[in-house]
Every structure is written in C-alpha cells, then in structure tokens.
Ligand binder design. Sequence first.
Ligand code: HSE
Length: 308
Amino acid sequence: MNQIKVFSPATISNVACGFDVLGFPIYSIGDEMIVKKTKKKSLIITDITGYSVPYDINKNVSTIAAKAMIESLNPNCGFDFKINKKIIPGSGIGSSGSSAAASVYAINKLLDSPLNENELISFAMRGEVVSSISEHADNVSPAILGGIVMIKSLSPLEVIKLPTPKDLYCFVINPKIEIKTSFSRKILPNKVKLKDTTKQVSTFGSFIHALHTEDYELIGRSLNDYLIEKHRKKLIPLYDEVKSIAIKQGALGCSISGSGPSIFALTKGVEKANEINRLVTELYKTSGNDFSTYVSKISEKGVSTMSN
Ligand code: HSE
C-alpha cells in the first residue's frame, strides 16, 4: 500500500468529572487526511483544505507527531500529507489530537503496522504537547482507540477503555471562537481545595462505576466538575444559559468540552439531545457568534481508514 485516506474523529475530553483523564470520540465531525509514501526520506505537507493550519512540518501537529514516529522507526521512505482540516483549531473538541492521531495511524498502516495502539498514542501525544504546551492524552487516546477512555498514567502510558452505555448520546455546541489550550490551562490554579478534590474523586469513581453498571441516573449525578469549570466558563459566551437549557431538558450532565469553548451535554436517548440542540441553536443565534452543533452517539470507533 502506497497511499491511505483516514478519518480521525473529534473528541470530548475531561467529561466534567475527569480533568485530563477522560475522553470519548463523536461520529459527526473529524479531520480527514491522505498520506502517501514518497521515495525521498522526508515529510512534506502538499495540501491543506478547510481550516488553516501550518504547512511547516515543524509547526503542524500531524507532522510533529509523524516526525517523532519516523525518527524512531527509520523507514526507507518519506511521507506526503494532504490534510482536510475540518475541526477548527482551539475548539475544545480535540482538533490537534485528531490531526496527530490521523498521521500516526496512517503511517503505521503504510508501514504494515509495526506499532501497537499504546505506541501510537505516545507518538500522537508528541504533537499535542507542542500545540498545548502540556502533556495530556485525553484527546489522542479516544481518537485512536474509540469509546470512552480513561488515562490511568502518562508515564508509563497506561490507558483503559471503559464500557459505553448504549443509549448514551452527546450534544455539542462549538462556538467559533478560538481558545488556545495553552491559555486555558494557564488560567487554572496550581492548588485546589482538599474538599473540592474529595468531591471530584468521588464523582469520578461513581462515573466509572455507572458506566460499568449502565446506571444512567448515577451517570447524571457524577457529571460534575468542582475544579475546572468555574475558572474556564467565563471564557465561553452564554455558558450558563446553555447549561441551564440542557439540564432543564433532562441532560445527564453538561460541561465544558476539553479546554473550551465547546460545550457538551450527555443524554439518555437521542430525542433529548435533539431537543437540546434545537433550543441551544435558537439561543445561540442571538449571541452574534458563529457556531456549529452536533448530536452524536458516543463513537466506539477511533481513527479509521476511508475508501478513497
Ligand atoms: N484535558 C485538556 C484540558 C484537554 O482540559 O486542558 C485539552 O483539549
């Protein structure tokens, strides 16, 4: 195989109760990439469509991740990338994670799969670090593995795929304003209160238990963020109003997606997610901000090969 086309999904990370340690992909949006082997042992980006990202291979997360990978594998060829950047950078739905996951997955396939999924996650994270100035695997892991993923440890990397209750749906609104992850992390405090930490640990634990027991009611009582939301929500137009609509319509929970500005809500069944979509869309039209919304089942599938 000399060429491959891949789809790499957008991801919702943190999931309210698991800052930096939880994430899942959605079906509705993701980056697409065509990667081709070249005779010359180098990397080149020859086409970028969609949202603007750098052509410079030392600045683009896809090629930064790819570079780390080929420095380790030393293959007898180079790679040409054509990127269809569908996820707006700084969106909070794993834009850089999606691109990084796409390139490492594609190269691995073109080289007959020398690396396992954990190794792919490690290389994809190298791209993420550059874009967010921090190590976190809660976007690249679900983008590669699919399903709800928990990051047990970064070093050594240990990720755990959790069960996905079958009626769990996700609503997402992506206001088209850029919030850089690096900035959104800089505004977080270095120290948090012990009593908030205790509450967070217990809701995180109950969320994991609820996934295993398919207890939607307990999922609803676990989707709380005592540590991060209060600091970041001020960056997001109409955050409280969106959350209030979602909760009134019976969402199990609603919180910031990743580092924002996207907001997500989880529901039992698609009808509630569709109704939240309708009402939030009406509200957001008054905000003067451009935005997109998505309703999706939690995707069990990570990055995958597309037919050309
Ligand atoms: N867990 C990271 C954060 C995700 O919230 O900063 C960034 O997409």
